[in-house]
Design a protein around this ligand. Structure first.
Ligand code: GNR
Ligand code: NI
Length: 171
C-alpha cells in the first residue's frame, strides 16, 4: 500500500466531475486500498479518489470508532437513488479544506446504489453520520464541496485564505 497526497483548495481538480469506472479491476482495488490507507493516516472518515488526484467515481469510508474493529466501505460509481424529505444538520470538515468546519444541512437519510470492491452491485440505506459522509463524498465526484452550502461570505473568506496560503507555499 502507499500513502497518497491529498489535494487542497483551491486546486481546480476539486471542481472537475469524476468519470465513471467502466470495470472494477485490480488497479481499482489498489487505488481503493491506497485511498483507505491515506484516509486512515489523515485521519478522516471518507475520501473520494479525486482528492488524491484521480478523477474517477471511487470513494472509501470508515465510520468505526478508534476502539472498534475497522470497517471499510468501498464504493464505485455510487448513485443516490432516494433522499429523505427530513433534513439533518452536521458540522462538516474536508481533508481538502483542512481546519475549516461549518454546519451543513442535508437529507437525513439516503439510499445509494454502487458497486463494491469486487464490482458487485450493492445498495445501502444510510442514516446519521454515514448519510452525511456518503453525500459529502458523492458531492466530491461531482466537483461539489461542502463550502458550496454555506454563506457566500464564509465561502469567499475560506477560499481567499487557502489561495493566500498556497501563494505563500504553505499547502
Ligand atoms: O474526515 C472527514 N470528516 C467529515 C466530517 C463531517 C462530514 C464529512 C466528513 S468527510 C471528511 C473527509 C473528507 O474530506 N472526505 O471527502
Ligand atoms: Ni471532503
Amino acid at each position: 500500500m502507499a500513502l497518497l497526497d491529498i489535494i487542497k483548495l483551491p486546486d481546480p481538480l476539486l471542481r472537475q466531475p469524476s468519470k465513471p469506472v467502466a470495470m472494477v479491476t485490480a488497479g481499482t482495488r489498489k487505488l481503493m486500498d491506497d485511498m483507505l490507507e491515506t484516509m486512515y493516516a489523515a485521519p478522516g472518515i471518507g475520501l473520494a479518489a479525486v482528492q488524491v488526484g484521480v478523477p474517477e467515481r471511487v470513494l472509501v469510508m470508515d465510520l468505526s470508532k478508534d476502539e472498534e474493529p475497522k470497517s471499510p466501505i468501498f464504493m464505485v460509481n455510487p448513485q443516490i437513488v432516494w433522499s429523505s424529505e427530513q433534513k439533518s444538520d452536521y458540522e462538516e470538515g474536508c481533508l481538502s479544506i483542512p481546519e475549516f468546519f461549518e454546519m451543513v444541512t442535508r437529507p437525513a437519510e439516503v439510499k445509494v446504489q454502487y458497486r463494491d470492491r469486487q464490482g458487485e452491485p450493492r445498495e445501502m440505506h444510510a442514516t446519521g453520520v454515514l448519510a452525511t459522509c456518503v453525500q459529502h463524498e458523492i458531492d466530491h465526484l461531482n466537483g461539489v464541496l461542502f463550502i458550496d452550502y454555506i454563506s457566500r461570505l464564509k465561502r469567499d473568506r475560506v477560499i481567499r485564505k487557502f489561495v493566500k496560503a498556497q501563494k505563500l507555499g504553505k499547502l
